[in-house]
Design a protein around this ligand. Structure first.
Ligand SMILES: Nc1nc2c(c(=O)[nH]1)N=C([C@H](O)[C@H](O)COP(=O)(O)OP(=O)(O)OP(=O)(O)O)CN2
Ligand SMILES: [Zn+2]
Length: 139
């Protein structure tokens, strides 16, 4: 496992949890401007999710690391991203994948009594390209 430098997100929560997730997927960007990326190709996506909160649950955790991994991998690992309904009307760019993962995690966390918040999602598509998505805070 490679340890990486991650951009930090500012917050005042007591707890901050980070989960690294890797998955393999294919995609294509069906736009003339995308050049070679308009052809189907694959990536080993590297995702980092940051979650904050002030309260732990009855088990003593903010949120289960495994649950965060499953949310992402069960949906996207070894799939063609373009075939998912969330990318029917938009392209599976790094930006929109990060946003989609962020929204998915936010929906999952909304059901938790201890109210953890998704603070940041980083999606690395290649060794030289990554996007940081920071959802607007709901207060
Ligand atoms: N802002 C974005 N730009 C590009 C995206 C994207 O999602 N958002 N995606 C691509 C392609 O999908 C491509 O897979 C990644 O492109 P790139 O970083 O250019 O890949 P390289 O390995 O060729 O990078 P080098 O640093 O030149 O080796 C393109 N752009
Ligand atoms: Zn690509």
């Amino acid at each position: 496992m490679m340890f990486q430098y991650y951009p930090q997100v500012q917050h005042s929560f007591i707890y901050e949890l980070n989960k690294d997730i890797n998955f393999a997927a294919a995609h294509f960007i069906p736009a003339e401007a995308a050049g070679k990326c308009s052809r189907t190709h694959g990536h080993m996506y590297i995702v980092n999710v940051t979650i904050g909160g002030d309260e732990l649950d009855e088990t003593g955790i903010l949120v289960d690391f495994k649950a965060i991994k499953q949310l992402v991998c069960d949906r996207y690992d070894h799939t063609l991203l373009n075939e998912h309904p969330e990318f029917r009307d938009c392209h599976p760019t790094t930006e929109l994948l990060a946003q989609t993962i962020g929204l998915r995690i936010r929906q999952f966390l909304a059901g938790k009594q201890n109210r953890p918040q998704c603070l940041q999602v980083i999606v690395r598509e290649t060794p030289t390209s990554y996007v940081v998505y920071r959802p607007k805070r709901v207060t």
